[in-house]
Design a protein around this ligand. Sequence first.
Ligand code: PMP
Length: 425
Amino acid sequence: MTTDLGAQDLTALLDSARQDYSELAGRGLKLDLTRGKPAADQLDLADELLTLPGAATFKAADGTDTRNYGGLNGLQELREIFAPVLQVPVAQLLAAGNSSLELMHDAFVQALLSKLPGAQERWVDQGPIKFLAPVPGYDRHFSICERFGIEMIPVPLTESGPDMEVVTRLVAEDASIKGIWAIPKYSNPTGTVYSDETVRQLAEMPTAAPDFRIFWDNAYAVHHLTDERVEIADLLGLATAAGHADRVFVFGSTSKITFAGAGVGFFGASEANIKWWLSNLGKRSIGPDKINQLRHATFLGDAEGVFAHMEKHRALIGPKFDATLRILGEQLGGTGLATWTEPKGGYFITLTVPEGCATDVVARAAEIGVVLTPAGATHPLGQDPADSVIRIAPTFPTQEDLEAAVHALATCVKLVGYEQRLKQQ
Ligand code: PMP
């Protein structure tokens, strides 16, 4: 371990990192590890969608003319495919919009402006309200709360999900806490999978707020990176059994299954929540894009079709994750300068560097042409109090670019880390 090294050895390591860094600076790199976007070859896998549903094919299974208005719930055949994937009964699962983020944003707007089932007042009339934000988490979740002035309370994410001791205590005592963000499988950015016990506790815990909601963003439900198809417990089923059916809002989408810009979003919840949602949605829309839903149903066929399609994604992005982990191990293993997650699915790896170093690492990488997600993005208001978390998104760059970028990132970690260690001596 280099943590035991004296000043002379550390200076030698720093000099070597500086040399590597200036060599990289001379290369004029232009690499981007920022967003978790599918690469073009992943999008190619769904290109058949561009020809579907096909000329003069516009009837849904029940005879609905998909070209016309109506059908607020979304097409039954597509909802049937995704009901088992998202663990929601078909009748309680809606297909809507082109992605899930807009549905999450809508959920906040509707809950602010229209009384939720179980609520005494609309959220907007309840004074300052709060949300629990497991950290590290997804920046776009946090931006929604930020936009509406909803205070976020960070809760540490453990290996089995949010720290439930903290969650259960806070929600039991504070009625202004209206909900919690949750990415239960292959979480963004750590790859965390919620344990069955965590899911059970979320379903059963007493909450001071009668209108508490779990925003269950199952964005990576089928996005496996190993042979193991990790399963999680059924939150909606468990909450319903515990008498808390209304506390669950399930979200999902085909963004990282088919086309990220032209997919389908899903919203699942209790019967009362669905009724509430549809009554509000009915003011906003006369129906979703059913042609897109029909082409998705035709293309995917059934849940097994979804799983088979995801295997093709895995074949493309698995090697990118493998390479990232290999390079991090080769370059940073044993240095004591970083730890990283080894996700079994999803789109991200979290790199944790010594406290106070993440901003500097990201800045140094930018100087040599490697753009990373800003340090802090994984925390509410963009503020990581330890300044130590960096999100790596390996999917979008080519294999060659990715490997170059991770090498460069590791060099920056050594540069900043050894500099800090020398200063602290
Ligand atoms: N939730 C999570 C956890 C995500 O990582 C992403 C995409 N990065 C989204 C939602 C966005 O999903 P959609 O494309 O369905 O809006």
